[in-house]
Design a protein around this ligand. Structure first.
Ligand SMILES: Nc1ncnc2c1ncn2[C@@H]1O[C@H](COP(=O)(O)OP(=O)(O)OP(=O)(O)O)[C@@H](O)[C@H]1O
Length: 262
């Protein structure tokens, strides 16, 4: 795996891989991110929870460059990301999955992974092939490499979404609700894949409503509500936090059911 993001600024090798300083993003009167400050060191997995509308997807869009903050700064390995397009950020090492997987249905599974390697990472020829195949192996999809993507079931489409991001050789992997809609055994399978990536040294930030998937896989949890960080710590501590329980307004957070609007 390449570590391009981790080398984004060789002068600042000790910097956290991801750092947000007082990042704010509003949509009219809605505050989706309010003075958000967060540091993610290299390696390990961070889970992000929070009720619907808490600002979780906005956080990823701000990191990925699909949205610009109105104030504050985001850095990858010490390098400010301001002004960089999503494509430039992907080349620096930010890989991202989306809530609803949209594979190129007419393409094979391999060709879909190749899109990640070539478009996002700019790899060509055999280097792109190798990166795509390695991503399929790491997500358990190698045996399905020649299948049409549109014929995949939901779990495999989720795997492919992860594979596409991995094929670009990210140093930071942002997962947006990859466990949603899966059965319990499928959630466990996907969580095992994410744990294996983490154990190989990948830095993972994982937004998830299915809290059980996170508690199996992350050592740190952040809870967002109304664009702010309500709690940050071990999963046990965060899930027991009265402010977190209150933000979920009595919804059974442990069961991973979707909460009401924040
Ligand atoms: N492009 C947009 N235009 C206007 N409002 C937006 C936009 N994107 C997000 N918002 C608002 O910002 C707030 C945060 O939304 P966001 O999607 O980040 O929350 P979330 O925590 O990811 O929610 P969910 O769990 O439902 O996916 C919400 O009130 C949402 O309606």
């Amino acid at each position: 795996m390449t570590e391009r993001g981790a080398r984004a600024d060789p002068a600042d090798g000790d910097a956290p891989l991801l750092r947000l300083d007082r990042v704010t993003r509003r949509f009219g009167r809605v505050v989706a991110a309010q003075d958000l400050s967060l540091q993610v060191p290299r390696g390990g997995a961070l889970g992000v929870v929070g009720p619907n509308g808490a600002g979780k997807s906005t956080l990823f869009a701000l990191i990925g460059g699909q949205l610009r903050p109105q104030s504050g700064q985001i850095r990858l390995a010490g390098r400010p990301l301001e002004g960089l397009s999503p494509a430039a950020r992907a080349r620096l090492g930010i890989g991202r999955t989306y809530q609803v997987p949209r594979p190129f249905g007419r393409m094979t599974v391999f060709e879909n992974a190749l899109v990640g390697a070539s478009h996002a990472a700019g790899l060509r020829g055999r280097a792109a092939d190798r990166a795509a195949y390695a991503a399929l192996e790491r997500t358990g999809l190698a045996a399905a490499a020649n299948e049409q993507a549109e014929r995949l079931g939901l779990l495999s489409r989720k795997r492919l979404e992860v594979a596409r991001a991995l094929a670009a050789g990210p140093s930071l992997l942002l997962l947006d609700e990859v466990a949603g809609g899966l059965t319990e055994p499928e959630v466990d399978e996907l969580a095992a894949i994410i744990r294996a990536l983490r154990d190989e040294g990948m830095t993972v930030v994982w937004i998830e409503h299915v809290v059980r998937a996170l508690t199996q896989s992350v050592e740190r949890l952040v809870c967002l509500a109304q664009g702010r960080i309500l709690a940050d710590g071990t999963p046990e501590r965060v899930l027991a936090d009265p402010a977190v329980r209150e933000a979920y307004l009595g919804v059974d957070i442990d069961a991973g059911t979707e909460g009401p609007a924040a």
